[in-house]
Design a protein around this ligand. Structure first.
Ligand code: ADP
Ligand code: MG
Length: 620
């Protein structure tokens, strides 16, 4: 047999290598922005068309390149940033592999224009799929412009694999956030399809955070400052009551490089211990400065993970610094049980003229129901709401119940957010419940008898199923009724989050939501689906955003499905919620009226049965 091993042709090897550096348009954005920063630019412009599929361009006012360097910059392993392996341990630049431009040029049409301050004229180079098409002298401002067009033009499989513009733009925006946050001393502008998404001046770190995440972020930031021999920390954590269901506001920068570190993230969570509801994540924007010798950023090709020499010490310092800040700024004792809900004015009420009170009769009022809990002060995202009186007509399931969210598994929720005494009302046994066919176990399960044995229903999952089918019907049949809000509800989001909601607008409207404003950062809601308590709206949107971020819907059908699931998750009766007999029965009946009663919307069993045989076996 003849020998069979061959060297790959260069252009194939280049394309393969390129695949490691460039996964999507956002990777190009990251590499080009980092090159501009390494070139000591003070102003950087990012121009995107069609979520980067048509164009990614970065223009900087940095130090530019000579004619030879301009040509060399596209060679693989051509870098001005390190000269020897030792330099790897002294890195002060973002790049060092000399791979980015070569990789990008292998799979796109690239136009480079560059000029050094000391030169009269600059250089323009055009490359397509690693082939230099032209090189000219060019009249161009000092600095560098790199335009990357038609990404993956020669790898159709890769191109077809790109997600929708929404998704790709979200990735780009994420990269932009990371770079812009790490460098508040650099001015950035970011355009997409001709529209300006961000315009950031040179500013301090607090201003940068606020300009990226919206003006209402300011009130939630708690400064963290610490300086020790091994580590300097500066930046902010978000107050606990502004914690989010997503991890979208968690940023560590080590020596101005964005990194992901589950270990250090744990240090922050530990500092917040006891202050957060389960499922909520603290926001943080923290800059760590360490000696470059003590880190190895080389372990991950896309460089978001790094290895520290002494992680344990960093962990301890970080945790105590954050804890200290939370304590110092009086965050830790948010156990503000005395807080009067009547003093809580929803944000949107602020500028409103007074209105004569109207008389409301709460027909669902049940003097025997447990009504001792205090109103929640603020929701996860910081919007102030009144806790409404129990909403009557959603499902009779809710009668006499507040839509509280206390979960006995969540040992902290009672301490941190709600002063909900766990003591049951002495009446909760409900003396009239004579002919019970169901009872509640651990405030979590509903147990009922069957002819052939016993049925145990998980109340949370069962209710999710009921709500899910109900919402799905509305979204797809489009005949939900909306209940007009007396005062429009204004919610504040990041541009990314608003985009998600905008994309789902039609679906949301079909379930009964109505909007009067959908801007970059503000969403004004004028109507909600009948029976959805206003106090839950913010949490529904939070859930929805986090679900979309985790499972991006591709089609309208799956968007509707996802919306129905998110709403069901947000609104379903939780474990830990006491249900009276009528409520239990109603839930059981509604569950078995469903099309697929066996499974929750997330495909977990809603109930189990135990036959008499099973029971008898246990007694053997
Ligand atoms: P690396 O950044 O790892 O060195 P790149 O392929 O990204 O590799 O860039 C190669 C070289 O091209 C850099 O080392 C730098 O000398 C030069 N270069 C790239 N972009 C710029 C820019 N915007 N301004 C000045 N020089 C640049
Ligand atoms: Mg680079």
């Amino acid at each position: 047999m003849t020998d069979i091993i061959q060297l790959l042709p260069d252009h194939v090897a280049n394309q393969i290598a390129a695949g490691e550096v460039v996964q999507r348009p956002a990777s190009v954005v990251k590499e080009l922005l980092e090159n501009a920063i390494d070139a000591e630019a003070t102003e950087i412009k990012l121009i995107i068309k069609d979520a980067g599929k048509t164009l990614v361009q970065v223009i900087d006012n940095g130090k530019g390149m000579s004619v030879t360097d301009a040509r060399l910059s596209f060679e693989r392993h051509a870098t001005s940033k390190i000269k020897s392996a030792e330099d790897l341990f002294q890195l002060n630049t973002k790049g060092f592999r000399g791979e980015a431009l070569a990789s990008i040029a292998a799979i796109a049409h690239v136009e480079l224009k560059t000029k050094r301050p000391e030169d009269e004229l600059g250089t323009a180079i055009e490359i397509e799929g690693s082939q230099v098409k032209s090189q000219d002298v060019s009249v161009t401002p000092t600095g560098t412009s790199v335009a990357v067009k038609n990404l993956f033009f020669n790898i159709p499989a890769r191109r077809n694999f790109l997600k929708s513009d929404t998704v790709e733009l979200r990735h780009i925006t994420d990269e932009f956030h990371r770079v812009a946050l790490a460098h508040p001393n650099i001015a950035f502008v970011f355009y997409h399809n001709g529209g300006e998404l961000f315009h950031l001046q040179q500013e301090n770190y607090r201003q940068r955070v606020v300009h990226i995440f919206g003006s209402r972020t300011n009130e939630k930031l708690v400064p963290v400052e610490e300086e020790t021999e091994v580590l300097k920390i500066s930046g902010f954590v978000g107050k606990p009551e502004y914690s989010k269901k997503t991890r979208s506001e968690q940023f560590f920068f080590v020596n101005q490089r964005f990194i992901k570190s589950p270990y250090l993230n744990h240090a922050i969570s530990a500092a917040f211990e006891g202050l957060l509801k389960t499922g909520y994540h603290p926001s943080y924007f923290l800059n760590l400065t360490v000696d470059p010798k003590t880190i190895d950023i080389n372990i991950h090709p896309t460089k978001t993970e790094i290895k520290f020499d002494d992680e344990h010490t960093l962990y301890a310092i970080l945790r105590s610094a954050v804890k200290h800040s939370l304590g110092q700024f009086n965050i830790a004792p948010v156990l503000d049980f005395e807080h009067q809900s009547s003093l809580n004015t929803p944000y949107s009420y602020k500028d409103k003229a007074g209105k004569a009170p109207t008389i409301e009769v709460d027909r669902s009022f049940n003097p025997f129901a447990d009504d001792t809990e205090n109103p929640k002060k603020t929701t996860s995202s910081g919007h102030t709401h009144f806790k409404k009186a129990p909403v009557a007509n959603w499902e009779s399931l809710y009668v006499g119940l507040e839509s509280r969210e206390n979960n006995p598994d969540d040992e902290f929720s009672a301490v941190s957010f709600e002063s909900d005494p766990k003591t049951e009302s002495i009446f909760s046994g409900d003396a009239v419940e004579a002919n019970k066919t169901t009872f509640q176990l651990q405030q979590k399960y509903i147990v009922s008898t069957l002819k052939s044995g016993m049925l145990i229903i998980n109340q949370n999952r069962a209710h999710q199923r009921v709500l899910y089918e109900n919402f799905l019907k509305h979204v797809t049949i489009k005949e939900a009724t909306s209940q007009q809000l007396l005062f429009p509800l204004q919610l504040h989001f990041t541009p990314n989050e608003s985009k998600i909601i905008k994309d789902l607008k039609t679906n949301l409207e079909h379930t009964g939501f109505a909007f009067s404003e959908l801007s970059e950062t503000d969403i004004t809601i004028t109507g909600v689906p009948v029976g959805v308590p206003e106090s839950e709206v913010s949490s529904i949107f939070g859930q929805l955003i986090s679900d979309v971020e985790n499972d991006v819907p591709d089609t309208n059908f799956s968007a509707a499905d996802l919306l129905a699931k998110s709403m069901a998750k947000s609104l379903a009766i939780k474990s830990g919620q006491a249900l009276n007999h009528t409520e239990q029965e109603h839930l059981v009946n509604s569950l078995f009226a469903c099309k697929e009663p066996n499974m929750s919307p997330t495909n977990k069993p809603t109930f189990i049965t135990m036959s008499v045989d099973d029971i008898e076996k246990k007694f053997m």
